[in-house]
Write a protein that binds this ligand. Structure first.
Ligand SMILES: *Cc1c(COP(=O)(O)O)cnc(C)c1O
Length: 395
């Protein structure tokens, strides 16, 4: 019963053991600054991995989203289309730039932006005589969106894409890496992501002039003059050399981490997939997800359970689970924002995924024992309820 004592987290930081060597190197060279050799190397390594020409290491994925939108020219009075089913950091930078979001629903096969709903939104925008300035496409829970279809629509209207691949480092779409599909792309290295620098992010682009411009803004927009001269408003968004040192050894192990997270997913699916009413977030045939988080769904009619019932139950056994992201179009802060549903339901597929889905512990450091322990609890919790319902129905 020893396992029950310590809490099992959803996606805790996973250190390789080599981080301290890299940090020691940073200390020994006294590069304790928001720039330095580890930052330069980390940028090159991430760009090479994602298959893009340029990368800029920043203090967070959110900062990368913000500068990405600024690069695409998003400003006051503009509109930006954005996936609705996502974490708020996908959408908040639209507001930072004084622009207005329009939220787009998910398709069932990947839970990502529905190309049909996107097309409807474009047609409505065209009729109103005002196209969006950019489209933010999220690769949810580490699975790519359907880029061939989405880019075809966006190219038709001449509107650039910002790919929010914060959760999708290591995932692919038709054998090409996530993060490389937009005019600009974003990764996050927050504490819960597949690699972590405690906090951090990366902006990616094939356009090296864009990366240079973002680097300028991120470093307080200092004009090339010996005195402190500024012709533009800047930000203090650079990643520290110490934190880049933490990220580098983890990036070397990204493929093993993807394998591990995928095998964790498989194990949940094998053990629980045959219980009536239990299902999992699908993997679309066009890509290979990194399965950042395993998302399980519960049919409330069949299982008699809502995600929070199971989350509370697990929590009492010291196991952390979480609901699926609450879609942006259902958030109080965005209550008057337009939304394009993917189907007949006014509030979309996203609402259903939110109401039926929960995220299970998926960290690449999760031990077999711990997963076994989680499975025991889930089987008990799901099976008991299902037996109970069967009995009730027979009365
Ligand atoms: C984590 C995350 C972000 C933000 O990244 P931070 O590094 O935490 O600022 C943006 N979008 C999505 C989808 C995320 O999951």
């Amino acid at each position: 019963m020893e396992q029950a004592q310590k809490r099992i987290y959803l996606s805790p930081p996973h250190m390789t053991g080599r981080e301290m060597d890299y940090i020691k190197d940073a200390f020994d060279s006294n590069w304790i600054a928001p720039l330095g050799p580890h930052v330069d190397a980390f940028e090159k390594e991430v760009a090479a991995y994602a298959g893009v020409k340029g990368a800029l290491a920043l203090s967070s994925g959110t900062a990368a989203m913000h500068l990405g939108l600024k690069l695409l020219g998003v400003g006051s009075g503009d509109t930006v289309f954005c996936s609705s089913l996502t974490f708020s950091a996908s959408a908040n930078p639209i507001i930072y730039q004084g622009a207005t979001p329009v939220f787009i629903d998910s398709e069932p096969q990947s839970w990502n932006m529905c190309p049909v709903a996107l097309k409807m939104a474009f047609e409505a925008a065209e009729n109103n005589g005002k196209l969006p300035k950019a489209v933010i496409v999220v690769d949810l829970y580490g699975q790519s969106a359907d880029y061939d279809r989405i880019l075809e629509i966006c190219d038709h209207y001449g509107v650039p894409v910002l790919e929010d691949a914060a959760e999708a480092l290591g995932a692919t779409y038709k054998d090409r890496k996530c993060g490389s599909f937009g005019k600009v792309g974003v990764f996050s290295f927050n504490g819960n992501k597949i690699i972590t620098t405690s906090g951090g992010g990366m902006l990616l682009s094939d356009d090296e002039d864009m990366i240079a411009k973002a680097r300028f803004w991120a470093t307080q927009a200092r004009d090339p003059a010996p005195h402190y001269q500024h012709s533009e408003i800047g930000y203090n968004y650079r990643m520290s050399n110490l934190l880049a040192a933490v990220g580098r050894p983890q990036l070397e192990e990204i493929e093993t981490r993807v394998e591990k997270r995928r095998s964790i997913f498989d194990r949940y699916q094998e053990a629980l997939g045959s219980i009536p009413g239990v299902d999992f977030m699908p993997e679309a045939s066009f890509g290979r997800a990194n399965r950042w988080l395993t998302v399980m769904t519960l049919d409330p009619e069949i299982t008699g359970l809502k995600p929070m019932d199971v989350i509370d139950e697990l929590s009492q056994s010291n196991i952390e689970a979480r609901p699926v992201w609450k879609p942006m179009h259902l958030q109080p802060v965005f209550q008057y924002t337009p939304f394009f549903s993917a189907g007949k339901k006014e509030l979309g597929n996203g609402k259903e995924f939110f109401e039926t889905g929960l995220c299970l512990p998926s960290g690449s450091s999760l031990s077999e024992n711990d997963q076994e322990w989680i499975l025991l609890f889930l089987q008990k919790c799901l099976q008991e309820k299902s037996d109970y319902i069967k009995v009730c129905r027979n009365y």
